[in-house]
Design a binder for this molecule. Sequence first.
Ligand code: SF4
Ligand code: SF4
Length: 204
Amino acid sequence: MGILVNKCIGCGRCVSGCKKENSVPKDPFFFRTWVERYIITTDGSVIVYSPNGGIDGFDELTEKYSLLRSFFIPKLCNHCSNPPCVQVCPVGATFSTKDGVVLVDKDYCIGCRYCIQACPYGARFLNPETKTADKCTFCYHRLAKGMLPACVEVCPTKARVFGQIGLRSSPLTRFLRFNAIQVLKPDLNTGPRVFYANLDGVVN
Ligand code: SF4
Ligand code: SF4
């Protein structure tokens, strides 16, 4: 997936669309995708917040900040090509598909939380209903039908781009070719497959 940071308006439709599509528990602190607001002040301070995952959008900024810049960062599982969550799972319930999606098999997951602790992106949670590890699947059930992930489909500004890496006709291939691309926490060597265009250096 590609994220055009400049296009995200922090409306939160991706967050609510994802919750509905994937029956993510209503409890406010469980998300498969969420949006963070970054505020950089003139004295160099960085303020980050994500009220209820940004599901209801964000309030107008007040004057109390001496603002240098402000932007929104959508986040989700990075579907890493070298995923620590897969490496630590003691029963093989977390795995990578041939097409590069990291999934959890609920039937095998024993809810030990090792993968939740191992993920450096905070992308996983223990589903209180199934008692198994849960996270973004890129809406794998929709991909199987040739559809886009729900968050991509509902984004009103097309801030999210989806497609197969390496496929010439893929929108993601064009996105990767025509933008300056960065990933989150590149020094960890996890090989994230969520790519950001126009990412500010303060984001981690
Ligand atoms: S972002 Fe976290 S949960 Fe997703 S593949 Fe990477 S390590 Fe695993
Ligand atoms: S729906 Fe699109 S614009 Fe709205 S918060 Fe999500 S990524 Fe940003």
